[in-house]
Design a binder for this molecule. Structure first.
Ligand code: HSE
Length: 307
């Protein structure tokens, strides 16, 4: 294989209670990327559409991950990358993760599939480190595996696929402001009172159980983050108002997508997810901020070949 075109999905990390440990993929929002094998021996980026990102491969997460994999595999070829981003970086929807995961997946294909899915997560985490200074696995795991994932352990890396109830939909409000994950991590509490830790891990258990048993009510009750959301919501305009409005209008639960500014809400069924989208729109339309709203089924498949 000399040339491959892939799609890498946008992702929602944390899923409220699962900070750095849970995530899920969207169905059709994400990056499209083309990788062409050549004899240059180096990684180049010849096109980036849809975002203002570094063209030098060492400073671009996709280029960086690709280079790391080619070196690890002692490959004797080079690769040119073209990236089309369908949503903006700094959205809280795993933009750098999509590019990193896309590169890891595609380079593995060009190498003849020698790495496992968990290896691809590990390589993609190098891109996350370049983008925000931390080797986070939640967005990249969801982008690679699709569906819901749990990072049960970072060392050793243990990524678990969690089943997705068929009627689960997400609605995302993306205010067009940029919040850098690195900044969102600076406001994290350094200590957590035991009572809050108990509430948080009980909710993670509830969420995992609800996803396994198709218990939409339990999923909704478990979407509660008593540790990170209180610190981060201050940077998201009208967060409380949006959350309150969508819960009143039938969402199962809502929270910050990754480190924000996007706000996500889960619903049972597409019709309900569209009511939530309308509620988000009505809540935000007179606030003087630009925004996008997406409705998506949870994306069962992660990064995949499209041509
Ligand atoms: N778990 C990470 C965080 C995801 O919340 O900082 C970054 O999108």
């Amino acid at each position: 294989m000399d040339c491959i075109k892939i799609f890498a999905p946008a992702t929602v990390a944390n899923v409220s209670c699962g900070f750095d440990a849970m995530g899920f993929a969207l169905e059709t929002l994400g990056d499209e990327m083309e990788f062409s094998r050549n004899n240059s021996g180096v990684v180049t980026i010849s096109k980036i559409e849809g975002a203002d990102l570094p063209m030098e491969s060492a400073n671009n997460v996709a280029g960086f991950v690709a280079q790391a994999m080619l070196e690890d595999a002692k490959a004797n070829f080079g690769v040119d990358i073209q990236i089309t981003k369908k949503y903006k970086p700094g959205s809280g929807l795993g933009s750098s993760a999509a590019s990193s995961a896309g590169a890891a997946f595609a380079i593995n294909q060009l190498l003849g599939n020698q790495y496992s899915m968990v290896d691809l997560v590990r390589f993609s985490m190098l891109g996350e480190e370049l983008a925000c200074g931390s080797r986070i696995a939640d967005n990249v795991s969801a982008a690679i595996f699709g569906g819901f994932v749990l990072i049960r352990s970072y060392e050793p890396l243990d990524v678990i696929s969690i089943p997705t109830p068929k009627e689960l939909f997400v609605t995302v409000l993306h205010p067009q402001i940029e919040l850098k994950t690195a900044d969102g991590r600076k406001v994290l509490p350094s200590k957590v009172p035991l009572k809050k830790a108990v509430a948080q891990w009980a909710n993670v258990g509830g969420l995992i159980s609800g996803l396994h048993s198709n218990d939409y009510g339990l999923i909704g009750r478990s979407l509660e983050d008593v540790i990170v959301e209180p610190a981060r919501k201050l940077f998201i305009p009208h967060f409380d108002l949006v959350k309150e409005s969508v819960l009143k209008n039938g969402a199962l639960g809502a929270g910050i997508s990754g480190s924000g500014p996007s706000i996500f809400a889960l619903s049972k069924g597409e019709a309900q997810a569209r009511i939530v989208a309308k509620t988000m729109d009505e809540t935000y339309c007179n606030k003087g901020l630009e925004y996008n709203i997406y409705v998506s089924k949870i994306g069962d498949s992660g990064t995949r070949i499209i041509e």
